[in-house]
Design a protein around this ligand. Structure first.
Ligand code: NAI
Ligand SMILES: C[C@H](O)[C@@H]1OC(=O)[C@H](O)[C@@H]1O
Length: 256
């Protein structure tokens, strides 16, 4: 039980990587609140995931709050404090990756991707950090960046800069918040099979190619992200801040 009695918020926790992380935290004894995009479908998914979290005997709560709204960060913190009592760990995970070619990228696709992935992360992390500073005894902030912070993607020209930005945000907030005992780290997943890439990976040639590039011989699953997130959230990582942890089955280092 690495996270007993810690109070954690996971954005985009309804499904995919966020759900995998939320369930791993609950398995380790944490109370976990989650958010997702404000849609009718996500409200149902949030409620279902909250039931799975509570099955671990911990407290949970959900809020439907879209990341592109700069006020959302405050709503997330309010939800955590109202339901759990305080906020010890904040995990910014919500994100989108609408694959699209560069030359004809619609402006709205670019702007929405930046708003959700980067601007949303900034305001949410700022709100969480202010709550932790007010509590006065430190905390842990984790941002889900990507292997795509380090390498490019021809159909991801709008997306990869947001993931580099989120990594950079954790590096700078590690400095800004270190004096308050707040650690800030980034998780960099490789290719994890979720709804975000279901259509892209339905091309079996692409899927097989991605597997062939991965030394561990398979794509990732959401629960592969759980252990690394629990580690960074826990006191095992008490001297880890400003770090970037690749969780990619070895994909990044595989040149030849
Ligand atoms: N699946 C992958 O291979 C990788 C994913 N990532 C990152 O992991 C994070 C999670 O991705 P997945 O779990 O794969 O995606 P997913 O599509 O399975 O889940 C996305 C989650 O984010 C939430 N979300 C989407 N748009 C939102 C909005 N406008 N406001 C608030 N919440 C919103 C959804 O409600 C959902 O809970 C993203 O930031 C993504 O960039 C990074 C590297 C690889
Ligand atoms: C959505 C992609 O499949 C996924 O997202 C990323 O950040 C990486 O580029 C992965 O391949």
């Amino acid at each position: 039980m690495l996270l007993k009695d810690k109070n954690i918020f996971v954005t985009g926790g309804s499904r995919g990587i966020g759900r995998g992380i939320a369930l791993a935290c609950a398995e380790h004894g944490a109370n976990v609140a989650i958010s997702a995009e404000d849609t009718a479908a996500e409200r149902e998914t949030l409620a279902a995931t909250v039931a799975e979290i509570e099955a671990h005997g911990v407290k949970s709560a959900w809020v439907a709050a879209s990341a592109e709204n700069p006020d959302t960060g405050d709503r997330l913190v309010e939800t955590a404090v109202d339901a759990l009592g305080r906020l010890d760990v904040f995990i910014n995970n919500a994100g989108i990756c609408p694959f699209h070619s560069f030359l004809d990228m619609p402006r709205e696709t670019y702007l929405k991707t930046v708003d959700v992935n980067l601007n949303g992360a900034f305001f949410a992390v700022q709100a969480a950090a202010n709550q932790m500073v007010a509590q006065g005894d430190g905390g842990s902030i984790i941002a889900v960046s990507s292997i795509s912070a380090l390498v490019g993607g021809g159909m991801q020209t709008h997306y990869t800069p947001t993931k580099a930005g989120v990594l950079s945000l954790m590096q700078s907030t590690a400095i800004a918040l270190g004096g308050y005992g707040i650690r800030c780290n980034a998780l960099l997943p490789g290719t994890i099979e979720t709804d975000i890439n279901r259509e892209d990976l339905s091309d079996t040639r692409k899927r097989d190619y991605m597997i062939s590039r991965t030394p561990l011989g398979r794509l990732g699953a959401p629960d592969d992200m759980g252990g690394p997130a629990v580690f960074l959230a826990s006191d095992l990582a008490k001297y880890v801040t400003g770090a970037a942890l690749l969780v990619d089955g070895g994909l990044y280092v595989n040149l030849q």
